[in-house]
Design a protein around this ligand. Structure first.
Ligand code: GDP
Length: 324
C-alpha cells in the first residue's frame, strides 16, 4: 500500500519541522514546499536538528505562485495540506506590510484555490494566530471572541482565517483554522522573545555576552510548546467535521516572569543583565493574550502536556549546548 501523502508549506519553520516529524511517525509520505533563495539554498537546519531532513521530500514552490502550487498538488495528490508558511514575525510586519499581506494573507487564498482546483477531497489546515485577538475583547479568548488585530501581520492572518472559513462554507472543503496561541521550542527563531531570552541566558552564562536588551517585558502571553501544538493541528484534520479551534494552555505569564524562569535555570539574576531598549517596542502592542482551549479539549481530546517552565528550561539547555 502506498503511504498517504501530506503537503506542508513552511516545512523549514519551527512548526513545519515538528509537524513533519509527527506525520513521519504516523507513516505519512511528507512533502514540503520550500522557497529557494540564491544566498542560502534551503534552510534545513530545523529538519536536520530533528534528524528528518532526508526523510521528507522538498519541492520548490511559493505561496504567491498559484500555478506552481496547483502543479505540486496535482503531482503528489495529498490527503492533507497544512499551510504553515507566512511572514510570521509581528515586528517585521510594520516594516514590510505589503509583503506580509501577500505571503500571510493572499498566500492562504492561493493554497485554498489550489486545493479546491486540484484536490478538493484533501483536508486543509490553516495556521491562524492568537495575534488576531490583538486588543482583546474578552479576558479569555475563545473561538467566539471578536477579533481586533493590532499589526499588519494580524490583519493578514485574519484574512487567511476568514478565507478558510469561507472556503469551507462556500465549497464544502474540509478546511480547519487553528487559532494557535504563542508556541515555542528550541527550534523557535531568535527574533521571537522566548528564544531571544533563552539564547541570551545561555550566552551570558557562558561568558559570551553580558546583557540582554528587551522591549515591553510587561506584555503577557499564553505560551505552549510547539510539539504539543502541532499534535492539535493533526487532530483537527482527523476529526469527522471541519471546524476552527483555539489551541492554548489557558495560563498567561509576563515576559518578565518568563525571563526569570530562563535566568533562574542558569543561576543568574535578570536584574543584573536585562536592559530596556525602546527599539524593541512595537508601534501597537498586544498587551495580553489568554486562550480558552476547552473546545479543542472537548471535541478533539487535545491537551497540552509541556509547561511553560519545562519548555523554557529545555530551550535554555539547547542554547547552552549550541554555544558550548
Ligand atoms: P508575538 O506575540 O507573535 O509578537 O511574539 P514575540 O515572541 O515576538 O513577542 C511576544 C511579546 O514579547 C510581545 O508583546 C513583545 O512586545 C514582547 N517583547 C518584549 N521585548 C521583546 C523583544 O526584545 N523581542 C520580541 N520579539 N518581543 C519582545
Amino acid at each position: 500500500m502506498t503511504a498517504k501523502c501530506a503537503v506542508i508549506t513552511g516545512i523549514t519553520g519551527q512548526d513545519g519541522a515538528y509537524l513533519a516529524q509527527l506525520l513521519l511517525d504516523q507513516g505519512y509520505r511528507v512533502v514540503g514546499v520550500v522557497r529557494r533563495s540564491s544566498h542560502y539554498g534551503v534552510a534545513t537546519h530545523r529538519l536536520d536538528w530533528l534528524g528528518i531532513a532526508d526523510k521528507v521530500e522538498l519541492v520548490d514552490g511559493d505561496l504567491l505562485d498559484l500555478g506552481g502550487l496547483c502543479r505540486i498538488l496535482r503531482e503528489y495528490r495529498p490527503v492533507e495540506v497544512y499551510n504553515l508558511a507566512a511572514q510570521s514575525f509581528v515586528k517585521t510586519s510594520w516594516a514590510q506590510p505589503t509583503l506580509t499581506a501577500q505571503a500571510t494573507g493572499i498566500g492562504v487564498v492561493n493554497v485554498l484555490e489550489a486545493v479546491r482546483l486540484e484536490c478538493p477531497e484533501a483536508r486543509f489546515y490553516q495556521a491562524s494566530s492568537s495575534e488576531m485577538y490583538g486588543l482583546i475583547q474578552e479576558a479569555e479568548q475563545s473561538e467566539t471572541t471578536p477579533f481586533y488585530p493590532r499589526s499588519p501581520y494580524a490583519v493578514a492572518k485574519l484574512m487567511g482565517h476568514w478565507m478558510t472559513v469561507n472556503y469551507r462554507e462556500s465549497f464544502g472543503l474540509f478546511a480547519c483554522s487553528g487559532i494557535l496561541f504563542n508556541h515555542e521550542s528550541p527550534l523557535r527563531g531568535l527574533e521571537f522573545v522566548t528564544r531571544k531570552v533563552t539564547d541570551a541566558a545561555a550566552r551570558i552564562k557562558l561568558g559570551k555576552a553580558s546583557e540582554l536588551a528587551m522591549g515591553n517585558i510587561d506584555a503577557k502571553r499564553d505560551w505552549g510548546h510547539a510539539k504539543d501544538y502541532v499534535r492539535a493541528m493533526w487532530m483537527m484534520l482527523q476529526h469527522d467535521k471541519a471546524d476552527d479551534y483555539v489551541v492554548a494552555t489557558g495560563r498567561t505569564v509576563t515576559v518578565r516572569d518568563m525571563i526569570k524562569v530562563a535566568f533562574d535555570h542558569v543561576g543568574l539574576n535578570p536584574e543584573e543583565h536585562v536592559r530596556i531598549d525602546p527599539q524593541f517596542f512595537r508601534p501597537a502592542e498586544v498587551d495580553v493574550l489568554l486562550g480558552d482551549p476547552s473546545k479543542a479539549k472537548a471535541a478533539l481530546g487535545w491537551e497540552p502536556q509541556i509547561t511553560m517552565e519545562d519548555m523554557i528550561r529545555e530551550m535554555v539547555d539547547a542554547d547552552l549546548a549550541r554555544h558550548a
